[in-house]
Design a protein around this ligand. Structure first.
Ligand SMILES: C[S@@+](CC[C@H](N)C(=O)[O-])C[C@H]1O[C@@H](n2cnc3c(N)ncnc32)[C@H](O)[C@@H]1O
Length: 328
């Protein structure tokens, strides 16, 4: 079993995640959580299909590999997904490689992308390794009256090996019964296990956990993921780490962590967040150097999907298209 962190408890790396993944050995991480931005920075010519590697696929490609064709439509709107999937695919393949046999991937995404990502993840991990779709439900911002206001994110959970994965429900903090009067006092005091639907507020704008990083996710969500799907002392990695919420959960819960982000702002936010903690290594940057304090001030009270706050946006208007490219 390789220890990729040496004697460190945590490591924050500034760098492009794919090249860092390439340098990691096989089967070295217990849990991967990622919350990739919907923003690959490139847009290709319109294509109508997407192919993913699949031994039972309908096409033969390079070196006799079989591929399955996925129709992604013929509008530029859908083509945005095509680019996104092309960006994700090599990274997802690496995630699978670096996960231990008992490991899990939590892939955080929003309602517009989740179905495309599910198909891609099924092709890479196998349908039998799909464990759950966790719904993170929150209540924030204005409510459109033109459709059901979207107020949730999706977290797809895959395991590397459907027979051997680690999952410890007993380690997960219990939640109160909705109607405690209907269960005995003992049960009511103990609370119940959470299901696949998690109600959790977004990061409060005046809360202690707020870092100022615009896409910061709540610690409560990461705490639950780390509790259930990594063993005490295990290694947790986030290759789109942002403000390092996964690392913060690991510090509380005594797991080791590897946080990777390709933006100096994110790396510096993490360095500030973990300041004072012993045995944390910073790679590719010097904490406190080269940052522009103003650039670090974001609005972490914003929801995961930026356009949710704008009432009545239509799917076909320019504003929505912009929102699709926005980092969540
Ligand atoms: C949505 S944010 C993650 C927020 C994080 N979950 C949190 O709680 O703060 C996505 C992050 O991925 C980073 N990122 C995007 N592309 C990347 C890449 N190719 N390599 C490394 N990091 C990347 C962005 O800089 C951004 O900080």
């Amino acid at each position: 079993m390789s220890n990729i962190l040496g004697s460190a408890t945590g490591r924050v790396v500034l760098g492009e995640n794919l090249s860092i993944l390439h340098d990691l050995p096989d089967e070295c991480v217990d849990l991967i959580y990622v919350d990739p931005p919907f923003n690959t920075g490139k847009r290709q010519a319109l294509r109508r299909i997407k192919t993913v590697r699949d031994s039972e696929g309908d096409r033969t490609g390079f070196q006799g590999q079989r591929y399955r064709t996925i129709k992604v439509g013929n509008t530029s709107y859908l083509d945005v997904f095509d680019d996104y999937l092309a960006f994700l695919e090599p990274r997802l393949e690496e995630f699978k490689r670096v996960l231990r046999t008992t490991g899990s991937l939590y892939f955080h995404v929003d309602y517009r992308e989740v179905h495309y990502c599910k198909v891609l993840l099924d092709a890479i991990f196998g349908r039998e390794c799909y464990l759950n779709e966790v719904i993170w439900a929150y209540d924030y911002g204005a409510r459109t009256t033109k459709k059901w206001p979207p107020k949730h994110d999706n977290i797809l959970v895959y395991v590397k090996d459907a027979e051997r994965y680690f999952f410890d429900m007993d380690a997960v903090e219990r939640i109160p019964y909705m109607a405690p009067g209907l269960v005995g006092p003992e049960k009511a005091a103990r609370g119940k296990s959470p299901t696949d639907t998690w109600w959790n507020t977004i990061v409060p704008s005046n809360g202690k956990e707020r870092t100022g990083y615009p896409t910061q996710k709540p610690l409560g969500i990461l705490r639950r993921i780390v509790q259930a799907s990594s063993p005490p002392g295990g290694i947790v990695a986030d290759f789109f780490a942002g403000s390092g919420t996964a690392g913060a959960a690991c510090l509380e819960l005594h797991r080791k962590f590897l946080m990777v982000d390709n933006q100096l702002e994110a790396a510096q936010v993490m360095a500030r967040r973990f300041a004072g903690q012993l045995e944390i290594e910073y790679v590719g940057f010097t904490p406190g150097e080269g940052q522009q304090p103003d650039a670090l001030v974001g609005d972490s009270s914003a929801p995961a999907s930026w356009d949710d706050t704008v009432d009545g946006q239509g799917d076909s208007d320019g504003t929505r298209q912009q929102a699709l490219f926005a980092d969540r």
